[in-house]
Design a binder for this molecule. Structure first.
Ligand SMILES: CC(C)(COP(=O)(O)OP(=O)(O)OC[C@H]1O[C@@H](n2cnc3c(N)ncnc32)[C@H](O)[C@@H]1OP(=O)(O)O)[C@@H](O)C(=O)NCCC(=O)NCCS
Length: 406
């Protein structure tokens, strides 16, 4: 590793060197533009969030930390998303990404992040402690002529910054069905509208209106080759049904000369469900890869969610010590009258009634899998004795979905 140094960009010249590395790694994917957008428009990101390895003046590897907020139920979690990960082809396989990952984790810990997350290539990130844990990249596709025509009193119109407040309320309401979901700030709404970019992709917004005003919106793009309208994000208030929306979209897509509608929405979304009921083709989604930085802190943080679940169950008012043995260490939780009164990390614990592989536990904690599924998958993930029912109450399976916050 001689001659290689870790750095953060200090000048325009160093940013340009970072962009050049992105060009060399990603070619036509234009990751330069994605990165530039963070530099020029992101309300919170600054040079600290750009991690690089240099050899001399040349940047040979890099990644970004995109700060955001996710929620698990009503609890807010500070998330460090890792993005634009790349190493110049001539400098690969000498552990430059290992160096960058260590720096990334250290920064995230020091700055109070709870989770690290990424939407990255398969398998590679497991070595850094990531686990697939929140659904990602859905597709639901149907030809327009399979959707029954419906005359509707709803119409599309311009979406302006004045609609953001109401749109955000509607979006937040629609996110309640997802255990893990994102929180979009006003500044991010404005950045997305201004740059016309959602995640890494361009989009346009159609506002949805009724005679009494604004009732929702959808963000979309057009694929001329596939003659398809792609719905990237959608939020509706209760006045407009999936059938009405379908009527609006069919009209919109037909005017654009398109023949197919494809949504990137969760399969749990009402509109996707409606399309699926009409015979739409669905995909097997990919998943966000997530790492919990400090398990004890995380469990303490989500205690309001755990307590609420207990309160709404047959275990209401439970008083009990729960020992979660993660094999290398254990976490003891004390519950009094259904409230978590103490939590501590211990070593050398003999009680193995609850024996949990900590990587698999990420899937349980984020509602991606339930206890029984994980017990079937991993021999080192098991619950013995009679606590299974309580564990199932504390950690139910529930879909997650992340609306992009950049
Ligand atoms: C994937 C990529 C970032 C790896 O960068 P790198 O600097 O070569 O990675 P490192 O040398 O730090 O590798 C760390 C470890 O992963 C292994 N590794 C490297 N590339 C790998 C890959 N594609 N899949 C699995 N393991 C890989 C290395 O052998 C090393 O393991 P070891 O310490 O046991 O030997 C690089 O190949 C790249 O830029 N690819 C193109 C862009 C890309 O796919 N980016 C990821 C987007 S999510």
């Amino acid at each position: 590793m001689k001659d290689y140094t870790f750095a953060k960009p200090e000048s325009d010249g160093e940013f340009e060197a970072l962009f050049k590395m992105m060009d060399a790694v990603f070619g036509e994917e234009d990751v330069r533009s994605i990165t530039r957008r963070f530099v020029e428009h992101h309300p919170v990101m600054n040079k600290e969030h750009f991690f690089m390895v240099k050899k001399g003046e040349k940047v040979v590897a890099g990644l970004l930390l995109i700060p955001q907020v996710w929620k698990l139920g009503d609890v807010e979690l500070k998330v460090a998303e890792m993005g634009c990960v790349g190493t110049d082809p001539e400098h690969r396989r000498i552990n430059l990404q290992r160096v960058l990952n260590n720096e990334f984790d250290e920064y995230a810990k020091q700055h109070g992040f709870d989770l690290c997350a990424l939407a990255g290539i398969p398998f590679f990130y497991r070595q850094f402690g990531y686990q697939y844990a929140v659904q990602l990249n859905y597709s639901t596709e149907i030809p327009l002529d399979k959707i029954p025509e419906k005359e509707t009193e709803f119409r599309i119109g311009d979406f302006t910054d004045d609609h953001i407040d109401k749109a955000d309320i509607i979006l937040r309401k629609s996110q309640e069905r997802y255990l893990v979901h994102s929180v979009r700030s006003q500044e991010i709404w404005e950045m997305q509208q201004k740059t016309g970019t959602y995640g890494a992709d361009p989009f346009q917004t159609a506002g949805l209106f009724h005679e009494n005003g604004f009732v929702g919106y959808y963000r979309y793009s057009v694929d001329q080759e596939k003659k398809s309208i792609k719905i990237k994000e959608l939020a509706l208030d209760e006045k407009i049904s999936p059938e009405d929306l379908a009527g609006v979209i069919v009209k919109h897509a037909s005017l654009l000369g398109l023949t197919t509608v494809n949504t990137g929405l969760s399969h749990q979304d009402e509109f996707s469900k409606f399309l699926i009921s009409l015979g739409a083709k669905t995909n097997r989604p990919y998943a966000w890869q997530v790492k919990i930085l400090d398990l004890t802190k995380f469990l303490a943080q989500i205690s309001p969610v755990l307590e609420l679940r207990i309160k709404n169950s047959e275990f209401k008012g439970v008083s009990k010590e729960l020992v979660m043995n993660f094999w290398k260490f254990a976490i003891k939780m004390e519950f009094q009258d259904g409230k978590m009164t103490d939590i501590e990390k211990v070593y050398g614990e003999e009680d193995r009634t609850i024996g949990w592989n900590p990587y698999a536990f990420i899937q349980l904690a984020l509602g991606y899998k339930d206890r029984k599924e994980l017990e079937e998958m991993y021999p080192d993930f098991r619950v013995r004795g009679d606590v299974g029912g309580l564990i199932d109450v504390m950690f139910p399976k529930q879909p997650g979905y992340i609306h992009y916050c950049y």
